[in-house]
Ligand binder design. Structure first.
Ligand code: ATP
Ligand SMILES: O=c1ccn([C@@H]2O[C@H](COP(=O)(O)O)[C@@H](O)[C@H]2O)c(=O)[nH]1
Length: 232
């Protein structure tokens, strides 16, 4: 079983698919799935998107870089919302970020992160990469490498990587395994090219799975038979 993971969640896991904001049922489901992982003593880092609040590119009439700043702040809002919810459910959680200075958010410091893991805390890395023009997939790849994760799990609303977007093409075919190079060269838009490149360079395996199927996350950590596995 993987013992140290970076979990990248789409913001929509907080709102429900194709919805905005926060949904109590979605949050309860999420905290139950996370509890199952934490109970196995797995060291868990998380990066969360902000699709339930703001995506920079969707903010028309806003200057690109400012739209992205708003998006990154959205990831901080999600992280704090989640921390509060998790703690009420008994999941010890710390939020770290470089983009805000708030009493509820800690500065990212490698030594401290190890202490948080050893003390049984889930660590939420908020604020993306701290730079506009990127997404939280790239942030997840960076944090996975930084925290020396065994694997990066991208938990989303599709059950793996397909040859085309399965939400748009009903006849899309799923890969159970794929190389970084193929994912990049075939232009499979499940993750950014930057994220795939970072994982390739630092030999970080990726699993893409459907987060909305109960038990999927824990099963993926126990065997490699869920979703799509990306490797060299
Ligand atoms: N080749 C592909 N294989 C699988 N999914 C694909 C592919 N190309 C595009 N997609 C789409 O990529 C989407 C991945 O969504 P993801 O979880 O990354 O959301 P996000 O937009 O990054 O997160 P957020 O909701 O926080 O903004 C899926 O909904 C899927 O429809
Ligand atoms: O490094 C980053 C990460 C994110 N952004 C902005 O935030 C939103 C939300 O992230 P998603 O990955 O799309 O959920 C994104 O659309 C960007 O606008 C960023 O600028 N830099």
């Amino acid at each position: 079983m993987y013992k140290r993971i970076l979990l990248k969640l789409s913001g929509e896991v907080l709102s429900g698919e194709d919805k905005k904001g926060f949904d109590e049922k979605a949050l309860e489901y999420l905290s139950n799935e996370i509890k199952k992982v934490v109970q196995h003593g797995i060291k868990l880092g998380m990066v969360i998107g902000a699709g339930n609040l703001f995506r920079g590119r969707e903010l028309q009439d806003v200057t690109n870089s400012i739209g992205d700043h708003i998006g990154m702040l959205g990831t901080v809002i999600n992280a704090l919302y989640l921390k509060d919810y998790f703690e009420k459910k008994g999941i010890k959680t710390v939020v770290v970020s470089q983009i805000v200075n708030l009493p509820s958010v800690r500065i990212i410091h490698y030594d401290d992160i190890e202490l948080y893991f050893n003390a049984g805390y889930v660590v939420i890395f908020a604020g993306g990469t701290s730079n506009p023009f990127f997404t939280t997939d790239t942030a997840a790849a960076l944090r996975a490498v930084e925290m020396k994760a065994d694997v990066l799990i991208k938990a989303t609303k599709v059950d793996g990587i397909y040859d085309r977007d399965p939400k748009k093409f009903k006849d899309a075919k799923k890969y159970s395994r794929i190389t970084y190079d193929d994912a990049i060269n075939l232009g499979l838009k499940i993750m950014d090219t930057e994220a795939f490149s970072i994982c390739k360079r630092y030999h970080m395996p990726i699993i893409v799975l459907n987060f909305f199927k109960e038990g999927n996350l824990l099963e993926a950590l126990s065997n490699n038979r869920v979703g799509t596995f990306v490797k060299p």
